[in-house]
Each structure stands twice: as C-alpha cells, then as structure tokens.
Write a protein that binds this ligand. Structure first.
Ligand code: X2X
Length: 347
C-alpha cells in the first residue's frame, strides 16, 4: 500500500462524518415572515437546525426575493437546483406540476375534511409522485387555505355581482378562466405587484385565504369579503431531489421530521378560528404556542368589512356558472386523477 493510499483509507470515515454540507440552504417562500405561511417557514428552518444539531442551515428568502417576485418560477428553480428548497403554494408549483391544479378546480374541494382526505389518500400520493418525476422531493403539506374573494365595490353573493370587476389573480390560466367565466375582468400579477395594485386601486378585487387577508390588512382597500371557499390552496415543503438523495440518511430523517412538524404547526395556524377549535388546541398542546390567534372573520368585521357567507343555494349558483371551466380542466388533469380525488372525498 502506498502512503497516498493509506492516507486515503484513513481520511474516508472522517469525510463521511462531516459530509460536505453547504453553508446555507436557500428556502423559497412567496410571502413575508408575518403571514402564517411565513411563520411556518421560519419554524421549518428552526426545526431543521435543531434536529440536525446545526449541521443543516436553512434560510428562508421571503417575498420571492430569490426570484425577483416571479413566484411561478419557484418549482422550476428548485428542480434545476438553482434554489435548494421551498415552502410553496400548489398554485406556484402548478406550472411545473400540472397535477397540483386538482386543488384549484372551482367549487370542487369545499371543506377541510375533503382536503384532508385527499392529502391522506391517493390524490396526495399522485401529486407527490408528480413532483418526484420533475426532480422535486416532496416532504410535507402546509396550507395557505381556502381562497375568499374581496372587493371595494359591493357585497358579492351571486355571479352577476362580479360583472366587469377588475380582479387580481395569480398567473395561472385556471384562475383567469374561472373569473372570465363569471363575467369579471381578471388581471394576473405576481403577489409583490398585487399589493401595490391594491394600494393604487388598479384592481377592484382579489382572492386569497384569510391568512393572507389579515396580515395585508385588506380592509384598507376592500370593504367586502365573500366567504365562498371556492378552491383550496395547500402548500408543499419540497427539496431539490438530486441534492436530497445525496444527503446521508440521518440528515434526510431529521429534515423530513422537521418538515412534518412545521407543516402541522402551519396548518394549525391557518385553520385557527375556522374549525371547531381543534387547531387552537394543537397549537397550545403540541407547540406550546401562546400568541393569540384572532378569529379572522370577527377580526375583519371589527375592521368594518362586510362578510358574506354564502348559503348552499348561492354556492350552487357559482358552481353552476363555473361548471364549464371545471369540466375543461378535469379533462386536462385526466379522468384518473379526478376520479382519485372524488373517491378520496367520498371515503
Ligand atoms: O399570489 C398569491 O395570491 C398567493 C400569495 O396566495 C400565492 O402565492 C398563491
């Protein structure tokens, strides 16, 4: 054995122990740190540090700072390894993983129960498998929530109320088509630009979950909110797959556990005040979380907003009006996936 070879043999185990980790793993997040979603990202970074004894340092980059605001590029950049990982909306994943649009069909998934069944069932497995096929390792679910409609003009309780309203939507064609079908005038823009557009009154309305409406203080621009649960926006914590596979097993396990815990925390935050108290109990009992989470609906009312909850008949009228979009996109997604979702929800 030559001296060089001997040295290599001695070096190997040591190199294995102190695997070459990056100084920082960059985490893409579309919103800011004060949103529940942003708080979930911070929690994920903290838990990864804790569970890997500081060997893996995840740093959240809020407001799509790594993408100059181009939120719809998130998944592509992680798949290419330009960004390491993301805590991102299924809407922002959908350009690369079309299957994610199963959650965004209008008036299709309408309750937390249905959503949970889909995530735990074959639908969730199919969406995760689709991420893997494009080079993304899915780790856990989070939640932005059911998206609600706000506007500055009038209470909206029927499709006719939307006529001609300029509504900001995210740049996903399914959203554009849904609002066009309802007779509105949708305009797509990134979230960063949308906030300026609200301030300047360039748009008269928008749609987002209460976990976004409250931190942006939407009542400053829009006085009316329609609670119509028209579609749901789950989040997924995911990692570049090649990089993930190169991690030692103990690191993978630690990050996986951190993602599941952070996802659970973030979902509980997002549902606080919207379910029968289960989420608040999870926050207190499991996470020892003492910050007061206000009931979002009461809170918006206290800020002077009119809150319209739709009756079943009113929801049915919107569902009927948007049925052509649902049918078209169900075909795009494929019978197989749509049937999985229906079967999961019927369970
Ligand atoms: O752009 C939006 O509306 C937001 C913040 O909800 C998403 O990233 C999907």
């Amino acid at each position: 054995m030559t001296a060089v070879m001997a040295a290599a043999v001695v070096m190997l185990p040591a190199a294995g122990l102190t695997a070459d980790f990056k100084k920082e793993y960059r985490l893409q997040v579309n919103v800011g740190p004060s949103f529940y979603w942003g708080m979930g990202a911070t929690k994920f970074a903290e838990l990864v540090a804790e569970k890997t004894d500081g060997r893996i340092n995840v740093k959240p980059y809020f407001g799509s700072a790594l993408l100059q605001g181009a939120q719809l590029n998130a998944a592509q950049m992680v798949a290419r390894g330009v960004i390491d990982c993301a805590f991102e909306s299924t809407i922002n994943i959908s350009p690369v993983v079309g299957e994610a649009n199963i959650f965004h069909l209008p008036f299709f998934v309408n309750t937390f129960e249905n959503l949970d069944k889909m995530k735990a069932g074959e639908t969730g497995a199919a969406v995760f498998a689709a991420l893997e096929r494009v080079g993304l390792q899915p780790l856990a679910w989070g939640e932005n929530g059911f998206r609600q409609l706000t506007n500055s003009k009038r209470p909206i309780t029927a499709p006719a109320d939307l006529k001609g309203l300029r509504i900001r939507v995210v740049g996903n064609p399914l959203f554009m088509e849904t609002f066009r079908q309802l007779g509105a005038d949708p305009v797509n823009m990134n979230w960063g630009d949308a906030q300026t557009a609200f301030q300047q009154g360039v748009v008269e309305g928008q749609e987002n979950p209460v976990g976004v409406l409250v931190p942006v203080q939407i009542w400053q621009y829009h006085q009316h909110v329609t609670m119509w649960n028209y579609l749901v926006d789950p989040l997924i914590i995911y990692w570049n797959k090649r990089q993930w596979e190169a991690f030692p097993a103990d690191i993978q396990q630690a990050i996986q556990a951190a993602a599941e815990e952070a996802g659970r925390f973030e979902i509980a935050l997002s549902r606080s005040g919207l379910d029968d108290g289960v989420s608040q109990k999870v926050l207190k009992d499991l996470f020892d979380f003492t910050m007061e989470v206000p009931d979002p609906v009461r809170f918006m009312e206290s800020k002077g907003m009119t809150v319209s909850f739709l009756t079943d008949a009113q929801v049915a009228a919107f569902a009927e009006a948007t049925a052509p979009v649902l049918d078209k996109w169900a075909k795009t997604l494929g019978e197989d996936l749509v049937n999985k979702a229906k079967a999961d929800m019927a369970r």
